[in-house]
Design a protein around this ligand. Structure first.
Ligand SMILES: [Zn+2]
Length: 108
């Protein structure tokens, strides 16, 4: 299978591209299973708003504004943010793609 974004070959059961980090979209148009996680990049505090925006395909600024308004007018937004900070797992580290054995022996 090939990545829809960068075109590099990736394993058939991959959900994210190991090269560009984009979510894989299968041939039938269905995107790979997505998880509600706190991304490591693009976060302002803990990445909760960015995680929700990515999960629901919303604009992150809109999510932040709604969350801020909920936090100002009632403490529910602040409590929910702290709860989501604790509950939501952090996005796994994006490690570089493994160098194949052929390339490794050729450089030695
Ligand atoms: Zn890719």
């Amino acid at each position: 299978m090939y990545c829809n974004s960068c075109g590099k070959q990736i394993p058939d059961d991959a959900q994210l591209c190991a090269y560009c980090g984009r979510r894989v979209v299968y041939a039938n148009g269905v995107a790979a299973y997505r998880r509600l996680v706190r991304p490591r990049e693009g976060r302002k505090i803990a990445g909760v708003c960015r995680g929700f925006a990515d999960y629901f395909d919303l604009d992150v600024a809109l999510v932040r504004i709604v969350w801020l308004v909920c936090s100002i007018f009632g403490l529910l937004g602040l409590v929910a943010y702290c709860a989501a900070w604790i509950i939501m797992p952090e996005e796994p580290l994006a490690l570089p793609a493994p160098v194949s054995q052929v390339n490794r022996t050729a450089t030695l």
